[in-house]
Design a protein around this ligand. Sequence first.
Ligand SMILES: Cc1cc2nc3c(=O)[nH]c(=O)nc-3n(C[C@H](O)[C@H](O)[C@H](O)COP(=O)(O)OP(=O)(O)OC[C@H]3O[C@@H](n4cnc5c(N)ncnc54)[C@H](O)[C@@H]3O)c2cc1C
Length: 527
Amino acid sequence: MRGGGAPVPYSRVGPAPGIFRNGEVVSMKPGKKVVVIGSGVGGAGIAALLQSRGHEVTLLEKNGYHGGKCSSFVKDGYVVDSGVHMYSMGPSGPLGMLNRRVGGDLEWCVANPMSDIISSGRVHMLAYQNQFDPRGLLENLKAVALDKRITKEGMHDASKRMRLLEKETYRAAKRMRPREVLDAAARIARRDEALLSELDGITLQEFAHQVTDDFGLLGTLATLCMVLLVVPYTLASAGEFLWCYASIYRNRSLGVPRGSAREVPGSYLRAFLRAGGEFRLGCKVKGIRVENGRVLGVESAEGEFFPADVVVSNAGIKRTLELAGEDNFPPEYVAYVRGLRYSYSFITVKYGLARRVVDVGAPSFFNKPHVHPDHMFDYIDEGGVPEDPLLFVPMPSEWDPFVAPVGKQLLIMGVPGPSEVTPEKVEQCERILDRAEDKLYELFPAVRDNAEWKMRTHISHTAAITGKPTGECIGLAQCVGQTGLAKPSCRTPVEGLWLVGTDAGARGVGTEQAAASALYLAGLLDA
Ligand SMILES: Cc1cc2nc3c(=O)[nH]c(=O)nc-3n(C[C@H](O)[C@H](O)[C@H](O)COP(=O)(O)OP(=O)(O)OC[C@H]3O[C@@H](n4cnc5c(N)ncnc54)[C@H](O)[C@@H]3O)c2cc1C
């Protein structure tokens, strides 16, 4: 296995939520004036944590609603996630941990089986939280047998061609010996940080090719990687992916919050307000005031000045530099931040269904593409549409019946797309969603006939939520060079200015990374 990439300046990592390195802690006496910019999971989380420890926190949010990308809206009696979310560790991960620390009221819906996996358009397999659940093992055997039968029926000429290509592709691949594989698997399951740091230096594709040439397994990894990190496995950091994957199976509590996505930051905000924090909605920060390398406070678009000892920004690392003025940072830090890249997007169609149309035995389903794993997501950068789209389809009303009117069903379909918002990419998103809808109707024709309403949300909607020129799903891409030791630190070169959210300080899947970043930063500021 190859060694990890060289750590970049200004980066520090929180290997697990709340754990930090010696020497980094800035013990802050209670009573400091803190301004937090943005009420995403990270911003709401750090505001609640610092207020609960006796600081005087003001939280400013530019939108008229809370939660950033993790928000929801109400339509015709349905409570609809503005994105498309499932939470890989539910109550057992950093989201639950933060909620407990601040005395929040968040409740979770956890299901087993958690998902139905549709592969080759016909084979259904139920996925269980425990990989060794005997029901899951039986499902696996059933799926393999069915897959074989379909192949025998000659359904997959394309599959034969792909296997030839596969042989070519993997001919030169280096292999590990079985004992090495077992040893590495055990260390990954334990989330051994030394091994994962090493694996941060190679892509998941490189790692996978060293272990297997099985087309099905590689396809599963490529699919899962896009769902968890929203980066193709050809770019994603192997260490980051394996940390996230191992965490799901260690915790076995993948789920969704009761009441939809907005309840995650909502619970933190209620705790924040109970502890006496001040929260202003519709208050856009126009600039962060810095003098002699130290933060002084923030200025709103209406011209109000909020003085502060500490400013924590949840607006993203690139936007934070713009707000504070690039001249206030060392040139090499500015160059470093400019070079960071964002994740890809998930774009969605939401359906309010007049009756319970989809009944697959689990509250979500996936369509696993039958496409060569190394090229599964090439269509995104090529400006095209997927041949066989990856569909990520949670059915929120199957997890939590109260998010839809009685007897009706809410279904949200997500499909990977580009992140930069340009007229061409927006038009590409529409084409990708046309293709994804065709696939969904092929699988479940009754969805088309029973839709009371449907709605598309894609990159321009996400960009409008965050105020960025991009509509990426996660935040910074968890690709090689941007994870583990190479993840940007919560600390910035400006004294008193800190970052929180998916752009700094932690590992994990989207919202969980944002909560872990808040826990990590709270540890740094207030050990
Ligand atoms: C379609 C989609 C699907 C997703 N699926 C999943 C999933 O299944 N599981 C998962 O865990 N994650 C998922 N995510 C990712 C997850 O939602 C995000 O990674 C996470 O919510 C980001 O949180 P954050 O704290 O970093 O900040 P953000 O959500 O980006 O919030 C930043 C906040 O700062 C505010 N702000 C910005 N600038 C200013 C300013 N100048 N003044 C005041 N306020 C400002 C914004 O309005 C916003 O409220 C998904 C995201 C999308 C879009």
